[in-house]
Design a protein around this ligand. Structure first.
Ligand SMILES: O=C(O)[C@@H](O)[C@H](O)[C@H](O)C(=O)CO
Length: 490
């Protein structure tokens, strides 16, 4: 194999899988990614700075076998720009393809290659990373190596997703993320909608005089024309919007001024107000957007909390007509202010994808993550039924723990008991909403569970199975994420 590589030929081998699209030659070094029973490696042949900088096992003075280490990923980043995440701005459709396992990106790349959408291959929230004991370095390493493996040179992004703390912002940017999703939910008070008229006035009157005067003067009894929409404000809804969003607006502006506006490299800046109890009305969306514009905050995308329910891993729940009515207005507002509408928990929302495609006109950001994990679970169900049964049982026993992190409301009593399902039918659980949500939110519990000896109950066997079934997982993602991309018209 190495001799072939030395002669500039992509080798053929029965002992290892060859990723032909990874083959590259630069500055005297020939590189190829392979996969043997021990894992994936970079084969390096030749000489020069790239060869010298890569860490690995030296076979001869001009042949090395290099691990997919963080250090070697940085070497690839240094010499091959296409392996570095980049921002895309407000005019390019992007898709968050959260990969909780570090195995999904090759299938994602195959899905979006030559499509009208750019992949944000590295996307994990602090919540996911914490629950998985995974790091942002792991997230970025997996994406860059996948891009190299696939020889994908059309650009990809990396999203520090649902970040709330400034320390995490600084860390994510220091690692080279190209997108930052600022989660403002901690600055958006709950229950404003449920305040009585008297309580509303009392709370509003507790604000300082300058703030009250500013918002009353700018909005009360004012009508704003937005792309044909007429958005009207009265004293009551101004007080509600101010109490609901004023603090978060200060936070957004502070983060933008401190970390984004002066960044030495372009950063896609997303505002997330979707993970709140309060649905974002189009009027509230306008209020937030107008205030951001007045404060000079440039937004790449904004994620409102839409009407109905965007629960994890299952289709839209709610009145489709109302959703269409409001989504149209949200899209007009986003277009007016020059940013993309962002659809969080975008996995499997097939009922509303055509509506979203129609009104965003193909320029949006949509986030998926859990569905990519569920496709892996589907592979396990099909290829390692014993493991699937043990994981399913454990997930049921520990489901309540996951509700501390996710809002899902599956009817677990409706899930067919395992002992009534033959091995050949286990994958059907991934077509059942309740079973999907069971697995969707217990990923962290399942992949970190250990026995009394400190050995992983499932993780090692799970990854070994997926590595054996690499092509099966890839094909499953191409099919399932491809359905998302098709329905979104991208
Ligand atoms: O599970 C998470 O924390 C993330 O996947 C988060 O939900 C993400 O922002 C998203 O919306 C994926 O669809």
């Amino acid at each position: 194999m190495m001799n072939d590589l030395e002669n500039g030929k992509v080798p053929t081998s029965s002992s290892a899988k060859i990723y032909e699209q990874s083959y590259t030659e630069q500055d005297g070094t020939k590189l190829l990614m392979v996969h043997d029973q021990e894992g994936k490696w970079l084969l390096a042949v030749g000489e020069g700075v790239i060869f010298n900088d890569l860490e690995g096992t030296t076979l001869t003075n001009d042949k090395k076998v290099c691990p997919l280490s963080h250090e070697n990923r940085l070497v690839l980043n240094h010499y091959f720009d296409y392996t570095v995440p980049r921002a895309f701005g407000t005019k390019t459709a992007t898709m968050g393809l959260g990969d909780r396992l570090g195995l999904a990106s090759p299938g994602h790349i195959e899905t979006v290659r030559n499509r009208a959408v750019k992949p944000i291959l590295a996307q994990q929230s602090i919540r996911e990373l914490t629950l998985l004991n995974r790091t942002m370095k792991d997230m970025l390493d997996a994406a860059s190596f996948a891009v190299f493996q696939e020889g994908y040179k059309d650009g990809f992004g990396a999203d520090g997703d649902h970040i709330k703390e400034e320390k995490d912002i600084e860390y994510a940017l220091s690692l080279g993320v190209s997108m930052l999703t600022l989660d403002c939910s901690d600055h958006i008070p709950k229950q404003i909608e449920s305040l009585s008229p008297q309580e509303l006035v009392e709370q509003f009157n507790q604000l300082d005089e300058e703030t009250k005067a500013y918002f009353k003067n700018e909005y009360v009894n004012k009508t704003f024309s937005v792309n044909g929409l007429s958005i009207q404000f009265d004293e009551t809804n101004v007080m509600k919007n101010v109490l609901q969003y004023a603090k978060s607006l200060n936070f957004m502006a502070h983060v933008f001024d401190t970390y984004i506006s002066e960044s030495p490299r372009p950063i896609d800046f997303e505002i997330s107000i979707d993970e709140t109890e309060t649905i974002t009305s189009p009027q509230a969306h306008f209020f937030v957007a107008n205030e951001l514009q007045r404060r000079g905050v440039s937004v790449t995308s904004l994620a409102p909390r839409f009407c109905g329910e965007f629960q994890k891993g299952i289709d839209y729940i709610g009145d489709i007509d109302q959703f269409e009515h409001e989504l149209r207005e949200h899209a007009l507002i986003a277009e007016f202010f020059g940013y993309k509408l962002s659809i969080h928990s975008g996995s499997d929302k097939f009922k509303v994808f055509p509506i979203i495609a129609k009104y965003t006109k193909g320029v949006l950001h949509i986030k998926t993550a859990g569905t990519n994990w569920l496709e892996a679970v589907r592979v396990i169900a099909n290829t390692n039924p014993s493991l699937y049964r043990r994981m399913h049982t454990y997930a049921l026993q520990h489901f309540e723990e996951a509700l501390a992190y996710y809002h899902v409301t599956p009817d677990l009593d409706s899930v067919i008991p395992l002992d009534q399902v033959e091995d050949e039918k286990l994958a059907d659980y991934m077509n059942d909403d309740a079973a999907r949500q069971l697995f969707h939110v217990t990923y962290g519990i399942l992949l970190t569970a250990k026995d009394e000896n400190g050995e992983f109950l499932f993780k090692d066997e799970f990854f070994a199975t997926l590595n054996q079934q690499e092509d099966v997982y890839r094909e499953a993602l191409v099919k399932h994420i491809g359905k998302h991309v098709d329905l979104l018209g991208l």
